[in-house]
Write a protein that binds this ligand. Structure first.
Ligand code: R5P
Length: 323
């Protein structure tokens, strides 16, 4: 813990330092560019048996360190890197350590849905804290409750404004904002309110994880340009099903926007071969070259994360960013 400044006196944060694990170096580079700060040297190597080793090149003693490491695929590998780098930073006497997680893996396992289920999102929160994080910056967590899984401060950012600006620039004559499930209704309500557009939602039933059995449109989409907003696209099953349901109800076009392009397995193939005209995601997760496609557009969350890092470093409000 950094020493406390006397009450009333401005706190002197250590120097801002940026570090990146292997999960999303492109995003880390963009954040560094936006902040006009270098990324500190850190070597992540392997022992012969595959175990991870970390060497932080420069001193971080007393520094205000921001470690950029979303826990996207390969999820377990990226989590292990996160834990081990946090441990190294803590043992190197960093003044304060913030884990910048533009994507939080295991966020969809945030509650028990069946007997004897784990709550993996809570377990990850516990280990992140135990490993050495003093704060977390997260982006569009699948469930808001995850913020409360931590006993350290979590700044929960949203890419909603970015998506809203994108939709606004489409100048769609007759748009409706659609939630792909009841759980996303609040997110879609916020987006629709900012754009002053009507909403619809799709009733989705999942008999098993990763299997969607029923999708029924609730609300009027006939003759309208449907813009579906979700937090993430994983297998693509939800959104492909939604696109068919929307077209069957008379929607003239279907676009999908989501913060996190997890795009597991053959998701891209399924999405581009569906009635979806355009897929818009952010760079919270890197999109591998083999998954890139003309139908997929990427918006950068680097300016948003950079601004949040600066505000945390300077002890300024982060919530003001979203007013
Ligand atoms: C569900 O609650 C989420 O918001 C996403 O709609 C869902 O997780 C996407 O998964 P998939 O792409 O595998 O259908």
């Amino acid at each position: 813990m950094r020493p406390q400044a006397p009450e009333g006196a401005p706190r002197q944060p250590g120097a801002l330092k940026l570090l990146s694990g292997d999960a999303n170096p492109e995003l880390a580079a963009k954040i560094a560019l936006a902040l006009h700060e270098p990324l500190d040297d850190m070597r992540i190597t392997r022992f012969a048996d595959g175990e991870i080793d970390v060497k932080i090149a420069q001193s971080v003693r007393g520094a205000d360190v921001f470690l950029i490491q979303p826990t996207c695929q390969p999820v377990s590998e990226n989590y292990m890197q996160l834990f081990i780098i946090l441990d190294a930073l803590r043992r190197a006497s960093a003044g304060r350590i913030t884990a910048v997680m533009s994507y939080y893996g295991y966020a969809r396992k945030e509650k028990k849905t069946q007997a004897r289920d784990p709550i993996s999102a809570k377990l990850m929160a516990d280990i992140i804290t135990l490993a050495g994080a003093n704060r977390v910056i997260a982006l569009d967590l699948h469930a808001d409750a995850i913020q409360g899984f931590f006993d350290i401060p979590v700044d929960h950012l949203t890419a909603e404004k970015l998506l809203v600006e994108y939709i606004r620039k489409l100048h769609l004559p007759n748009a409706v904002i659609v939630s792909p499930d009841v759980g996303g209704a609040k997110r879609v309500g916020d987006v629709a309110r900012l754009l002053d557009l009507p909403i619809a939602f799709v009733y989705k039933r999942r008999p098993k994880d990763d299997v969607v059995s029923e999708q029924r449109v609730v609300g009027d989409v006939d003759g309208m340009d449907a813009v579906v907003v979700d937090d993430l696209i994983s297998t693509g099953g939800t959104l492909v099903g939604v696109s068919h349901a929307l077209r069957a109800e008379g929607a003239t076009s279907v676009r999908v926007l989501a913060t996190h392009g997890v795009l597991a397995g053959d998701a891209v193939e399924k999405l581009v071969n569906s009635p979806i005209e355009e897929i818009v995601i952010t760079d919270s997760i890197p999109l591998l070259p083999e998954k890139q496609h003309a139908k997929i557009k990427i918006l950068s969350v680097a300016p948003l994360l950079a601004e949040a890092i600066l505000r945390v470093h300077e002890d300024r409000s982060v919530s003001e960013l979203f007013k």
